[in-house]
Write a protein that binds this ligand. Sequence first.
Ligand SMILES: Nc1ncnc2c1ncn2[C@@H]1O[C@H](COP(=O)(O)OP(=O)(O)OP(=O)(O)O)[C@@H](O)[C@H]1O
Ligand SMILES: [Mg+2]
Length: 261
Amino acid sequence: MTLTDDSKLANMERPDFSRHANQAATAPAYFSVYDIHAYYGESYIVQGVTFNVHEGEILALLGRNGAGKTSTLRAIARVGSPMLTHGEVWLDHQPIHTMASYDAAQAGVGLVPEDRRIIQGLTVEENLQLAQIAPPIGWSVERIYSLFPRLGERRKQEGTTLSGGEQQMLAIGRALARDIKVLLLDEPYEGLAPVIVHEIEKTLRHIKEQGITTVIVEQNAVAALNLADRAVILDTGKVVFDGTAKEVLDNEALRHEYLAI
Ligand SMILES: Nc1ncnc2c1ncn2[C@@H]1O[C@H](COP(=O)(O)OP(=O)(O)OP(=O)(O)O)[C@@H](O)[C@H]1O
Ligand SMILES: [Mg+2]
């Protein structure tokens, strides 16, 4: 039996962290993911995920390896795989679940995938300019450089030759170059030294101050929780906790059970 079985509520020996889960769906939110289910072929991976994010909020989407975090972000961004078969995703009153990935991006979904996807053969500046080749255009290139001065210093350098941290900055900068309404970050701190993580953290706080709504997926759960207002924890494709980041930081049993920290 796993903790996400329906029988879990009857199992008095196991703590019930799901008390907040699914309640939020009743309140309209700026960004609302409601009961989404998604498959890779026959593999049923995202198994009824619901959460809400308020405008300007940072939500940490956490869980162990293989919990379904990346799959959830991909299903939301409508990238095709996994295939979204059920559920709704609303962003600022627009039904993202009815859209293809291109339209979801046009509607303001800014996915920064784990592998960062810096385009080979293009400079830093060209990577940013390419993002602005068609409307809706977001932050100007100069504004992105003021957020990430390292990118400004390296504007003529080929993007793929940047350090890991700089490539992550470029990937975030490229998302901001579009007029996005929600920033979906998949493991932005992966493989980065603590000092660089700290630098990116600072910029994510600044981005929040500009009113951008963010969902951050991170293995570095403590860093994500320190940044986030709220947290959702996934386990085997289901929400097992939905509450404040502080509740997770303060709840050792919960952290141990689902985050191994
Ligand atoms: N392309 C795919 N085809 C089939 N199954 C997949 C595919 N990608 C992921 N899965 C499976 O879906 C489940 C969830 O994977 P996912 O990558 O969403 O987890 P995750 O929470 O992002 O994990 P991690 O922390 O390791 O990045 C895993 O069991 C994984 O093996
Ligand atoms: Mg992942």
